[in-house]
Design a protein around this ligand. Structure first.
Ligand SMILES: *Cc1c(COP(=O)(O)O)cnc(C)c1O
Length: 354
C-alpha cells in the first residue's frame, strides 16, 4: 500500500527551550492515518497535517473502549542522525494487542514503513538535549457508529508524534512506591498483556490514592491471590536479589515490555544471572530486611529505568540501597540510553537509522 503525503502549509511554532517540553504535551505538524472497513480491509494510507478527528457520538471506541496503542521513541544522535529503537518489535506487539482486543492486524513491514516515513518528515522535531526524544504514539480505535456490543467493522489507525523532554529533569532519582493491596490491574484471562486503554482507566484510582499518600506509583500484585508482584504503574518491575536480576514471568497479565526484554538481554550479556519467575511480595520484604534486596527499578520506554528507593507494603517499609541509585540500575540506564542515542555500539540489531 502506498502512503499519500500532504505536507502541512502552516508550520507550528517550535519550542525554544527543550527543558520545558515535558511529556506528551506538544505534537508535530503531521500525522499518519489509515482506514479499515470490512469490505476493503486497510486502505487510504496518508500522512497529512495534524488534525482533530471527527467521530460520531455513537462511535464504538467511546463506549466500549475497543482500542489499543503503542509507545516508542525516535532519538537524535550527536551527529544529527535520527534513530529508531526496536520499532519493529512495537509493530509486532501491536498485532498481539490487536488479536486480544479483536481488532485487525497491520502488516509489520507496512507499519514500519509508515513510522519511518512519518519520522523522516518530522525529523526537525526530534529534540537533541540529554534525555529528550520524539515520542511516537500509534493508536487504533474502533469506529462503528452503533451501540451494539461486538467487534466493530470499521477502524482507524493513526500515529502522532510528540517531542518530549527528559523524564527526570534533575537526573535519575529513586521513587517511593506503594504495594497495592486493594485494587488490581489485571486478572487471569483478562487484558493485562494488551496495551489497551481499558487497563489504564482501571488503574487510575489506585495511582491517585497512592499519590495522595505521598507515593509516586503503585506496585501491582497478581489479581488472584494478591501475593505476587506484577508491574509498577505502567512499567515492568525488576529486583536485584542475591546479585540475581529477578522479574515477574510473562504470564498473560503482564505487559511484555520492550525495555524489559532489552534490560534482561543486556544483563545476561553483562554476565548477570536473570530469573523470570513468580516473586512473592513477602519474599521482597524478607530480602529487604536481610539486606539481600540491593536494587529495584521499573522499566519502560518513557523513563527507561526508574529506580525505586522505598516500597511500602501494609505496615512495612523496605528501604532499598539507602534510597540511592544502584550500580546495576545506573549501568543499565547508561548502556541502554547510550545505544538509543548512538553513543554505544549496538550489537543486538536494535537500532535503525531513519
Ligand atoms: C507500555 C507498558 C510497559 C512498558 O513497555 P515498554 O515496551 O518497555 O515501553 C509496561 N507496562 C505497561 C502496563 C505498559 O503499558
Amino acid at each position: 500500500m502506498d502512503i499519500r503525503i500532504t505536507h502541512s502549509q502552516v508550520k507550528k511554532e517550535k519550542y525554544t527551550d527543550e527543558s520545558t517540553l515535558g511529556f506528551g504535551r506538544f505534537f508535530t505538524d503531521h500525522m499518519f492515518e489509515v482506514t479499515y472497513t470490512k469490505d476493503k480491509g486497510w486502505h487510504n494510507a496518508e500522512i497529512l497535517p495534524y488534525h482533530r478527528l471527527s467521530l460520531d457520538p455513537a462511535s464504538s471506541v467511546l463506549h466500549y473502549a475497543q482500542e489499543f496503542f503503542e509507545g516508542m521513541k525516535a532519538y537524535r544522535t550527536d551527529d544529527n542522525q535520527i534513530l529508531l529503537f526496536r520499532a519493529k518489535d512495537n509493530c509486532a506487539r501491536l498485532n498481539r494487542s490487536a488479536q486480544r482486543i479483536c481488532m485487525p492486524e497491520i502488516d509489520i513491514d507496512f507499519n514500519y514503513k509508515a513510522i519511518k516515513t512519518l519520522v523522516d518528515i518530522e525529523r526537525d522535531w526530534v529534540p537533541s538535549s540529554e534525555g529528550s526524544s520524539l515520542y511516537l504514539r500509534p493508536t487504533m480505535i474502533a469506529n462503528d457508529e452503533t451501540l451494539g456490543v461486538k467487534a466493530a467493522s470499521n477502524y482507524l489507525y493513526y500515529i502522532i508524534c510528540s517531542p518530549s523532554g527528559a523524564y527526570y529533569k534533575d537526573g535519575l532519582s529513586p521513587i517511593n512506591i506503594k504495594v497495592e493491596d486493594k485494587y488490581v490491574r489485571a486478572v487471569r484471562g483478562g487484558t493485562g498483556e494488551a496495551k489497551t486503554g481499558g487497563n489504564y482507566a482501571a488503574s487510575i484510582k489506585a495511582g491517585d490514592e497512592a499519590v495522595k499518600l505521598g507515593f509516586s506509583q503503585v506496585l501491582w500484585l497478581d489479581g488472584e491471590e494478591m501475593k505476587y508482584v506484577e508491574e509498577v504503574g505502567a512499567m515492568n518491575m525488576m529486583f536485584l536479589i542475591d546479585n540475581k536480576l529477578v522479574t515477574a514471568k510473562l504470564n498473560g497479565s503482564i505487559l511484555p515490555g520492550i525495555t524489559r526484554d532489552s534490560v534482561l538481554t543486556l544483563a545476561r550479556d553483562m554476565g548477570i544471572t536473570v530469573e523470570e519467575r513468580k516473586i512473592a511480595v513477602e519474599e521482597l520484604v524478607d530480602a529487604g530486611k536481610s539486606g539481600r534486596l540491593t536494587e529495584a527499578f521499573g522499566t519502560g520506554t518513557a523513563a527507561v529505568i526508574s529506580p525505586v528507593g522505598m516500597l511500602a507494603y501494609k505496615n512495612e517499609q523496605v528501604i532499598i540501597n539507602n534510597r540511592k541509585i544502584g550500580e546495576l540500575s545506573m549501568n543499565l540506564y547508561n548502556t541502554l540510553t547510550g545505544i538509543q542515542r548512538g553513543r554505544i555500539k549496538d550489537k543486538f540489531g536494535w537500532i535503525t537509522v531513519v
